[in-house]
Write a protein that binds this ligand. Structure first.
Ligand code: PFF
Length: 445
């Protein structure tokens, strides 16, 4: 059990804030044309993400077991069918798929710690930064090395049991990360094209938003809040009984959003002020832009190295939560040893991750389906299919199946708050997911 509400907030925030905020949000925003995409994303966070996050915490705390067994227990107690544990199983699969590539990208961040510290980017311009990144990506062995380092550290931490280390890491390192992001925003304001960068993020131009962008925005709302796969449910299982779920969840969602927007405000002013860079650069966006800022700031080598170290930590605290649904289940169900499970899961993810390593070089032109590389495919299945479907099922279960007294007991709402949450979880969230899915399918056939 978490010792207090604060520890839960820290752990859940540690899960939520990660590569999704700093690496993924800016690059998918760039690929999807900016403003309108950001608005849809924010709407998805507020209307779909927050209510579903409350549902996940509530289910976790009501069940107090791993997500698979929690769903089993709550479904049978509420007279629901044996279908619902599928939420837990899908979550285990999604966590596995996501971690396989998450570790690869996190490895890039670890690698950049050393690159910055050694002064590679001192005085660098766009072309130099791009060339350094391209050279790294072209070398599968280098990527593999850092993926392995990241995975080994993650497995080590998971095997040792986490609460203490996690708490310290998030309590001290996350605020520092935010401070450094704000320094970068300051750099963008002083040296970059801040007006265009901010305009790109916040100007609402509907014509720039494609159907694909709609699905991406919704998938990302789930991804960035760690929803739809039981990670937050697993953490909710350790939450003390009397804590207000609504307040806690809102805090985490706001924090997560602030970090993402700060990352965007740090990156886009640099993009628009640097010759040869464009917003649609893709997964390399943050790795090409931010070193330019550090390369031109006083003490940039040190500060830059610290920044990438903090990003790596943020990635570790997210990676840990990706394995928690599977880990908790195996330990609970089969009395398996934590260490053994952690190593096996880590090894499996590492192996699958090699496909992602190769997607950026040797297999760059190999397409699994459509135009998707192996990395794109794993990413697509996990965050555009498994997470939204998982979230939809969680909303339906929490809204329609779970016994009313359990909801009342856990959320402690009455009056308008209860009606608002009911409306969100029963109608708005499911409709949101279904409309986006339906529209995507309709457009693609
Ligand atoms: N929320 C994490 C991020 O934004 O980087 C990624 C993530 C962690 C997704 C845990 C899902 C999850 F269960």
């Amino acid at each position: 059990m978490w010792s207090s509400r604060l520890v839960f907030v820290l752990a859940a925030a540690g899960s939520a804030v990660g590569l999704g905020n700093i690496w993924k949000f800016p690059y998918i925003t760039g690929e999807n044309g900016g403003g309108a995409f950001v608005v849809v994303y924010l709407a998805c966070i507020a209307l779909v993400g927050v209510p579903i996050m409350m549902a996940e915490v509530m289910l976790g705390r009501a069940g107090r077991m791993s997500p698979i067994n929690t769903m089993r227990k709550l479904a049978s107690a509420s007279g629901g069918s044996g279908f619902w544990p599928v939420i837990g199983w899908m979550g285990v699969l999604a966590g596995f798929l996501i971690l396989s590539y998450y570790a690869v990208i996190a490895g890039w961040a670890v690698y950049y710690v050393g690159r910055l510290a050694s002064g590679t980017f001192d005085g660098a311009d766009g072309a130099a930064s791009q060339a350094a990144f391209d050279a790294f990506l072209a070398d599968p062995w280098a990527i593999l090395l850092w993926q392995t380092v990241f995975m080994a550290v993650t497995v080590f931490i998971i095997a040792r049991g986490v609460a203490r280390g996690l708490e310290t890491a998030v309590r001290w390192l996350m605020p520092l990360l935010l401070v450094l992001l704000l320094v970068l925003v300051g750099y963008g304001a002083a040296v970059g094209d801040f007006a265009r960068g901010a305009g790109f993020l916040f100007s609402f131009d509907v014509s720039s938003l494609s159907v694909g962008g709609l699905l991406t925005a919704m998938g990302h709302a789930f991804f960035t809040l760690s929803l739809g796969m039981g990670a937050i449910m697993a953490y909710g299982a350790y939450l003390p009984g009397r804590t207000s779920i609504a307040g806690t969840v809102t805090t985490i969602a706001v924090l997560d959003t602030v970090v993402a927007l700060a990352a965007g405000l740090a990156i886009f002013p640099i993009v628009f002020a640097t010759a040869g860079l464009e917003p649609g650069e893709g997964p390399g966006l943050m790795f090409v832009t931010l070193p330019i800022a550090f390369g031109n700031l006083p003490l940039g080598a040190v500060v830059g190295a610290v920044f990438f170290l903090l990003v790596s930590f943020a990635a570790v605290t997210s990676a840990i939560s990706l394995t928690e649904p599977a880990l908790a289940f195996l330990v609970e169900q089969y009395n398996a040893k934590r260490t053994r499970v952690a190593i096996s899961l880590g090894a499996g993810c590492w192996l699958l991750g090699i496909g992602t390593v190769l997607s950026f070089n040797v297999w760059a032109d190999v397409h699994v389906v459509g135009g998707l590389t192996f990395f794109d495919f794993v990413d697509y299945v996990s965050y555009k299919v498994l997470l939204p479907v998982g979230g939809l099922l969680i909303a339906l279960f929490a809204g329609w199946v779970l016994a009313k007294p359990v909801v009342a007991e856990e959320l402690g709402f009455d009056g308008w708050q209860e009606r608002l949450w009911q409306a969100a979880i029963r109608f708005i969230a499911p409709a949101g997911v279904l409309v986006v899915f339906g529209y995507t399918i309709y457009q693609s056939v």
